[in-house]
Design a protein around this ligand. Structure first.
Ligand SMILES: [Zn+2]
Length: 329
């Protein structure tokens, strides 16, 4: 008896077989399809589940997807970071396996996984934050997973951090947290940052000559002591991250914030340093800060979390599971 956890990311789709205690039994990962219609993502997932599960009897299927979501329809209507922007999720998978499916946003799934099985186990006020291609969060307040009218109660990547910013987010808005700090956007943001400035720096030379650097190069240069990378990360990016975190703490009053996503997990000490330096600067004095931890699930957080949605379905998602039963007829 196993549960299936499906993690639909911007770049990869991961599928895992998970036992009822949150242990990964088997898993597979593949690139998102880059062309096709609104069923191509679901069809790929169906194939992956069939290959992975073989003869195992599946107890439930949970899915955590990039958003924003339209939970009522069980679709992703317009994903700013994915190659296929609009795709169906719930309907084709329910029809293929003839069983209920629990769908949530990927960070929503991750926080539920941390709550049931992870470092945030049992903390009724818990936030999972991911810093990778995008910036997202899953939020539990008083033991309830926050969902919202369409499933986007936690789309904190689109909090406005800078009203003066001319940098447009993938979603279309300006000055959003994700636009200023996500892995996908740092190459654009650093170009803006150097305008009118000059550095003795290899990174700066590369930017002014070729016009482009990758996010990995920026962090690499930081660790090599590059002057531009130091200024950009210590004095700008760190503040962008902590300002956003403080907004989240002020809104939800969490006990624990679990950090995940490749940018945070590859730079743990750096992130800890940012928080030490700037948290108290931005946070209201009477508010007790949350404990900051890093996920111990690594890349598996998405599949474990997605399966967790099926293992113990959050009360706030149950009504959607009921609604999707129409796809069985
Ligand atoms: Zn945005």
């Amino acid at each position: 008896m196993v549960y299936v956890g499906v993690d639909i990311g911007a770049t990869y789709i991961r599928v895992g077989l998970i036992d009822k205690n949150g242990n990964v039994i088997n898993k597979v990962k593949t690139k998102q399809p880059s062309t096709g219609d609104e069923n191509v993502v679901a069809n790929m997932i169906i194939r992956l589940i069939r290959d992975l599960a073989m003869d195992s009897s599946i107890e439930g299927i949970g899915i955590g997807s990039i958003g924003p979501l339209d939970l009522k329809e069980g679709i992703v209507p317009w994903a700013p970071n994915a190659p296929i922007r609009r795709f169906k999720v719930a309907e084709p998978i329910i029809k293929a396996f003839r069983m209920p499916v629990v769908l949530g946003n990927d960070a929503m799934a991750a926080v539920w996984g941390e709550y049931l099985f992870g470092i945030g186990k049992g903390a009724d006020n818990l936030i999972y934050m991911t810093f990778s291609t995008g910036i997202g969060a899953g939020i539990i307040v008083d033991g309830h997973l926050l969902v919202g009218k369409d499933g986007n109660a936690h789309e904190i990547g689109h909090l406005v951090i800078d009203i003066n910013s001319g940098i447009q987010c993938g979603c279309g808005g300006y000055g959003h947290w994700e636009a200023l700090g996500s892995g996908a956007n740092i190459p654009r943001v650093i170009k803006e940052f150097i305008k009118g400035k000059s550095y003795k720096s290899r990174l700066y030379d590369k930017l002014t000559k070729n016009g482009n650097v990758s996010t990995e190069e920026v962090f690499q240069a930081y660790y090599e002591g590059d002057e531009l990378a130091r200024d950009f990360i210590d004095n700008y990016l760190a503040r962008v991250y902590v300002a956003g975190l403080v907004n989240v703490i002020s809104a939800y009053d969490p006990e624990i914030i679990v950090l995940g996503g490749s940018m945070a997990l590859n730079n743990k000490d750096l992130f800890k340093g940012f928080i030490e330096r700037y948290l108290r600067h931005y946070l209201a004095i009477p508010i007790k800060p949350a404990r900051i931890e890093f996920t111990e699930f690594g890349d598996d957080v998405g599949i474990i979390g997605a399966a967790a949605l099926a293992i113990r379905t959050p009360d706030t998602l149950s009504k959607y599971v009921e609604r999707y039963k129409r796809f069985l007829s």
